[in-house]
Design a protein around this ligand. Structure first.
Ligand code: FMN
Length: 279
């Protein structure tokens, strides 16, 4: 079995989880190919990884939860997978202590369609990436050592099952854990629409030096320079551009974010826990 770790991670938490997975695979003597879908070397590596996938592959695939869903790049990658023969997967999602939504369920469903049934999955609590300007962000300090231990235990279980030839898919309902009424609400949340209600980015062209840091920081190839940064529809609202700008030429007002998200934590009522799902 060949092992792969594919992820996207605008603010770094999903990358951290992916690294823990890669390190544990190495500790267990397994080689793995890693692919950061938001990284600058992504295009060439993506081709190589896709060519290597398809038979006898075990794919760990990770996304942040954005508006209750995986980010579009991850779902696009799953759609582009070659049909799997003798393959399996372990989707993982980092979430900012508001709701893990239907991200794992949607990833697992799409992976099964392509012939990569999920034999494990994990929702991992992480610092909420929309609250980086606040002192006490939701999920502060997560993933922590205990979260990492749970991730490593998942990897150990996956490798043991694969090596023994006893890997079984998760039941169809295992990742469908949101209450039915919330599933409907979540299904209606589409990132492109939600984005319009998030703090809008304003460009202060007089401060912009055209350094291109915003272009480099964008994991979705959504920023170009044309006399200043301009955004296309691929924007996933990660605000990496704004964080990366050394001149503060990109600005947005996050002052209402903390209270708004605190209300959503109450609405969703999901326990702030890292959970590993096994058959
Ligand atoms: C646009 C946007 C939407 C988000 N939506 C959710 C959400 O629905 N539920 C949640 O718990 N966290 C949400 N988060 C927080 C991220 O899921 C969380 O911080 C994640 O760990 C970020 O991963 P990264 O550090 O790999 O980028 C959102 C963050 C952003 C930027």
């Amino acid at each position: 079995m060949n092992f792969f770790v594919v992820y996207i991670s605008p603010a770094g938490s999903t990358r951290h989880a992916a690294q823990v997975i890669g390190d544990e695979l190495a500790a267990l003597g397994k080689k793995c190919s890693a692919l950061d879908l938001g990284g600058s070397a992504c295009r060439a590596t993506r081709k190589t990884v896709l060519a290597a996938l398809g038979s006898e592959s075990c794919l760990f695939i990770g996304s942040p939860v954005y508006a209750s869903h995986p980010v579009p790049e991850i779902m696009d990658f799953i759609t582009s997978l070659p049909a799997g023969a003798g393959c399996c997967s372990a989707p993982f999602a980092t979430w900012g202590a508001v709701t893990s939504g239907v991200a794992l369920f949607e990833m697992a469903e799409a992976l099964a369609v392509k012939g990569y049934p999920a034999i494990a999955a994990a929702k991992i609590v992480a610092e909420h990436s929309l609250l980086w300007q606040f002192d006490n962000p939701l999920g502060k300090g997560r993933p922590n050592a205990d979260d990492d231990r749970r991730i490593r235990d998942m990897v150990k279980t996956v490798v043991a099952a694969v090596d023994a030839g006893t890997a079984r898919p998760l039941s169809a309902s295992a990742l469908n854990y949101q209450p039915e009424a919330l599933q409907k609400v979540m299904a209606g949340l589409v990132l492109s629409a939600v984005r319009k209600n998030l703090p809008q980015i304003s460009v202060k062209r007089d401060l912009c030096t055209l350094c291109g840091d915003c272009v480099m920081a964008c994991p979705a190839e959504a920023v170009q320079l044309a006399g200043g940064p301009v955004f296309n529809d691929c924007c996933i609202a990660c605000y990496n551009c704004l964080r990366a700008c050394p001149e503060h030429a990109l600005q947005a007002d996050f002052s209402k974010m903390e209270a708004g998200l605190a209300q959503r934590v109450k609405d969703f009522g999901e326990a702030c826990e890292t959970v590993v799902y096994l058959p």
